[in-house]
Design a protein around this ligand. Structure first.
Ligand SMILES: Cc1cc2nc3c(=O)[nH]c(=O)nc-3n(C[C@H](O)[C@H](O)[C@H](O)COP(=O)(O)OP(=O)(O)OC[C@H]3O[C@@H](n4cnc5c(N)ncnc54)[C@H](O)[C@@H]3O)c2cc1C
Length: 378
């Protein structure tokens, strides 16, 4: 069964009807992430029919648009004005081959790419939201300026809530200028420990670094700026760091698009775990991984990608991250066959109780995105 609303009022009516019948809804943008979207509940809630106008104000660095807007359309539109989504949401197409997803899916997933440690996370760029709760209530929260929140900061709560609390219909984002020039330093590093040391040093370099990643043999440091200033920033970084090679312009942009979406990084059959943790704990995680596992680092070491061969479905990556980083780490299987190991670990009792109270407020019938909840299989 599928619902495909054309207006927010229809959406609210459909949610009220589903709640009245206890019918769970798989909220999806384009369903580019398998296991959460279509087919993962009693009925599908397809939002692609919920259009609306796009209001881009380059002068005010503001963009208001329907949640159903494809992510690649957003990026093309902004690039025409020399602007971008500074939180650099990666395209899911490289992982699942199901398209680039929607801006609603990216915000609902709290998707932040390599520039996150430098420009802020997705939720720091969401200024306002409109949508419908699991009660079928239409709401608008936030607005068009940063300091516009009265009452609870719903944009921050709903960013990353994966469609479990409300269905987003319209989003207002802060956008930023696209850096006119960029270059990347490539520095040899054959261990996670060496890589984390180099990246920590790089963060002490004054100015311009907006990406720090490691791919098993080398550290990649992105420097973004104006064409006039970039050479000086590159020289300053090179003066402080070990020997490196340099790539510039489109070659550098292509590298970071690949790093962001794991393009060419994850083999087609590999299991993908996403593990945010304190950067200085990444070497400890590396030491705990089996020999056939591969490790990538982003966010200067604070985001670890664990890539496993298909046969390693039962490796308890939650346990390894807990060993390496205690409660400061987190693991989520983004791709891989369902196994005895849940994709997301159940929440700790205190957090689970708090989440349950928030869920009960927004979705008392518990119908929204059941597969996206903590402890979920997908
Ligand atoms: C490198 C990389 C990292 C990723 N990291 C994460 C991650 O940390 N966490 C994560 O959850 N996903 C992550 N993803 C998956 C990514 O979020 C999705 O593939 C993408 O955002 C989905 O877009 P979509 O429009 O197809 O949404 P779908 O795949 O259809 O849905 C994705 C999630 O968003 C919800 N959703 C979609 N549209 C709306 C809406 N309008 N209102 C409310 N909820 C909505 C869905 O219920 C679902 O929970 C990652 C993907 C990549 C490539």
């Amino acid at each position: 069964m599928a619902y495909r609303p054309a207006t927010i009022e229809e959406l609210a009516e459909m949610i009220r009807e589903a709640a009245a019948h206890g019918r769970s809804l798989a909220v999806s943008g384009t369903g580019s992430r398998p296991g959460i979207g279509p087919g993962a509940a009693d009925a599908d809630l397809d939002l692609t029919g919920l259009g609306g106008s796009i209001d881009h104000d380059p002068g005010e660095l503001l963009l208001t648009l329907p949640a159903s807007t494809p992510l690649d359309h957003v990026e093309k539109l902004l690039a025409q004005s020399g602007q971008c989504l500074a939180f650099e949401p990666p395209s899911p197409d490289a992982i699942w081959g199901l398209g680039h997803g929607t801006i609603g899916g990216a915000v609902a997933s709290g998707l932040s790419g390599p520039r996150r440690p430098f420009a802020g996370a997705c939720r720091d760029h969401v200024l306002g939201l409109s949508g419908v709760t699991g009660r079928g209530e239409i709401f608008t929260a936030g607005g068009k300026v940063l300091k516009n929140v009265t009452g609870f900061d719903l944009p921050r709560l709903l960013t990353g809530s994966r469609g479990t609390l409300a269905v987003l219909t319209q989003i207002t984002l802060k956008v930023l200028p696209l850096a006119p020039a960029q270059a990347t330093l490539l520095l040899p590093a054959d261990t996670a420990a060496k890589a984390v040391r180099i990246m920590a040093d790089a963060l002490m370099v004054d100015g311009g670094i907006t990406g720090a990643a490691w791919s098993e043999s080398e550290v990649q440091l992105r420097i973004e700026s104006s064409s006039a200033v970039l050479p000086a920033l590159v020289d300053a970084a090179r003066a402080r760091l070990p020997a490196s090679t340099l790539i510039e312009g489109d070659a550098s942009r292509a590298l970071w698009a690949a790093i962001a979406s794991l393009y060419d990084h994850a083999h087609a059959d590999e299991i993908i775990w996403r593990c945010p943790l304190p950067a200085n704990r990444a070497p400890a995680l590396a030491a705990l991984l089996p020999p056939d596992a591969r490790l990538r680092l982003d966010w200067a070491g604070a985001l670890a990608w664990v890539l496993l061969p298909a046969g390693a479905a039962d490796l308890d990556v939650h346990g390894l991250v807990a060993q390496a980083a205690g409660r400061d780490g987190h693991a989520e299987r983004l791709r891989g066959a369902a196994s005895a190991i849940p994709a997301r670990a159940p929440l700790e009792p205190g957090l689970a109780a708090l989440s349950a109270r928030v869920k009960a407020l927004f979705d008392p019938a518990g119908i929204l995105s059941p597969a996206a909840a903590p402890g979920g299989a997908a």
